[in-house]
Design a protein around this ligand. Structure first.
Ligand SMILES: [Zn+2]
Length: 526
């Protein structure tokens, strides 16, 4: 063949290849172009007939805080299951998993300053904290224990006492607004993916001194411990919840009674006692209940069965457990309500999905993703060996909602480049509602992480922060009034659209390479 002929032949091959590539790119784009008629109907149902506000209000106002293992979460589980059935879901179940541990609920907490004059004090109980032995009245004692060598100074002096054991925390003045929405700059910053040379250390390290301190207070027979609201979200009477490590392990002694005071109130008592050495008197009572009969946890599941691809699954969810001081409205009744609303919308439209849509309301997210990790272990495989179960091959994607009640501004693609153009096409019909960005970076902090760890396509949305991080997250102010119902309506529409598109797509969502086995078990001891 002459050089000219070879060149011509090469050119022809090149043209054919690029035409094929162009065609497949076109076909690929075509499959990910959402059905705009369905998108319109989802918008109409979700924005005109929304139930999402009612769902959040019932879960938070009526059922209340939902620590895992409490009668309240049991009621929430049953209520959510009944809603799923009412809205036409199938295979609705409270799916148990072994060994959550001992459950807990707060029944009463009260704290007052009686001297130098009367003042009610804003107080919550630590989670899994015990009851006081009735009402304790007496002079508060401030201790300053930084190491074991300080124990001796207080030996024999703390029996039955009200003991403030932390240094006072400064309360800063706020010069920035509590609430904000994303703007172009803050959204654009999310497009850069940080690279880490090593994984951050496992935060569940053993805090030996904390154990020794607890043991010292226990052996001294302290009446009740008093601490100050944590380092974040502690001003203007906002109190952030805290738990006791491994408290739900039935083999460990029950934690001591402990109240957490609003920082301003803690500081005041501390100044009266330590700075002015004036006589002071407080009255404190805590009543808590432990639930030891059924140590299992439960995730609530329900399905819209698929049609020609029914054995493949699209999942969505939020967590139904909550911290105890507020009512778990934004965290995460909001995510449960958005997930329930998304499936309600799809049922109301009479959508018959190709793949099965499965909504899961996780328990014990706040105790370290216990419910979702147990679900992964039961259905998908073992993250320490990356031994996979057959169901692992059947999950197309999971969508999680757990960043407060702010509207969806986009989605984290969780380092899956193949998904970026797919999600961009899916967001297109919702740009006018503020949902525009697909960013490559990972996001963690909630149950999608348990599925991501075993290599399943699992995602969380970018949400407007509102005042979640500054005021609401895990505090006594996580209540319905700090939930934005309008934002949740928008979120339910976008959630329904993503779930629909995943269920209808010709192929399952593309996956990342399977992660390396984890060096520690995905489920830790309680
Ligand atoms: Zn949460």
């Amino acid at each position: 063949m002459s050089p000219r002929k070879i060149a011509l032949k090469c050119f022809a091959v090149l043209m054919a290849v690029s035409a094929a590539a162009y065609l497949s790119a076109f076909l690929f784009a075509a499959t990910d172009k959402p059905d705009l008629d369905v998108m319109n109907r989802i918008r109409f149902e979700g924005l005109k007939h929304s139930q999402v506000g009612k769902t959040v209000a019932y879960l938070s106002d009526v059922i209340g805080p939902r620590p895992t293992g409490s009668p309240e979460i049991e009621r929430a589980n049953r209520w959510a299951a009944a809603k799923m059935k009412e809205w036409g879901l199938e295979n609705v179940a409270l799916e148990p998993y072994a060994d959550f541990g001992v459950g807990w609920a707060l029944r009463y907490v009260s704290a007052h300053l009686l001297e130098p004059h009367y003042a009610p004090l804003i107080a919550i109980s630590v989670e899994w904290g015990s009851s006081t032995k009735g009402k304790i009245t007496g002079a508060p004692v401030c201790v300053d224990i930084r190491s074991e060598s300080d124990f001796a100074r207080y030996k024999g002096k703390l029996a039955g006492k009200i003991v403030l054991y932390q240094p006072p925390q400064p309360v800063p003045t706020h010069f920035t607004p509590d609430a904000r929405r994303h703007d172009a700059a803050s959204l654009s910053a999310l497009h850069e993916t940080p690279i880490r040379a090593a994984e951050p250390p496992d935060p569940d390290y053993v805090r030996a001194f904390d154990d020794d301190l607890e043991e010292f207070f226990r052996s001294e027979g302290v009446g009740v411990l008093v601490s100050s609201s944590g380092n974040a979200r502690r001003e203007f009477g906002t109190v952030t919840a805290r738990g006791v490590r491994q408290a739900r392990d039935p083999k460990r002694p029950r934690p001591l009674p402990e109240i957490i005071l609003a920082a301003e109130h803690y500081n005041r008592v501390h100044r009266i006692v330590e700075e002015f050495k004036e006589p002071a008197r407080m009255e404190v009572e805590v009543r808590a209940e432990f639930y030891d009969k059924d140590r299992r946890g439960y995730n609530v599941v329900g399905e819209i069965r698929g049609t020609d691809k029914a054995d493949e699954v699209v999942m969505l969810g939020g967590h139904i457990d909550s911290w105890s001081p507020g009512t778990g409205a934004a965290d995460d009744a909001a995510g449960c309500a958005v997930s329930l609303e998304a499936v309600r919308i799809l049922k109301a439209l009479g959508i018959r999905p190709r793949r099965t849509i499965r909504v899961v309301l996780w328990s014990a997210e706040e105790k370290g993703w216990v419910g979702s990790k147990a679900y992964v272990e039961k259905h998908f495989g073992d993250t320490t060996t990356m031994t996979l179960k057959p169901e692992h091959a059947k999950v197309s994607g999971y969508f999680n909602y757990d960043n407060g009640s702010g509207r969806i501004r986009g989605i984290y693609a969780q380092s899956n480049a193949a998904l970026k153009p797919v999600f961009e096409a899916w967001l297109e019909p919702f740009h006018d509602l503020g949902a525009t960005e697909v960013v490559m970076r990972d996001t963690g902090g909630s149950d999608h992480g348990a599925l991501d760890y075993i290599g399943l396509p699992a995602f969380q949305f970018i949400q407007d922060p509102l005042d979640y991080g500054t005021r609401v997250h895990h505090t006594n102010m996580d209540v319905f009034d700090h939930v934005s119902v309008e934002d949740l309506m928008q979120a339910s529409v976008v959630m329904a659209a993503f779930v629909h598109n995943t269920a209808m797509r010709e192929e399952m969502l593309p996956r990342k390479p399977l992660p390396d086995p984890m060096t520690y078990p995905i489920r830790r001891l309680p």
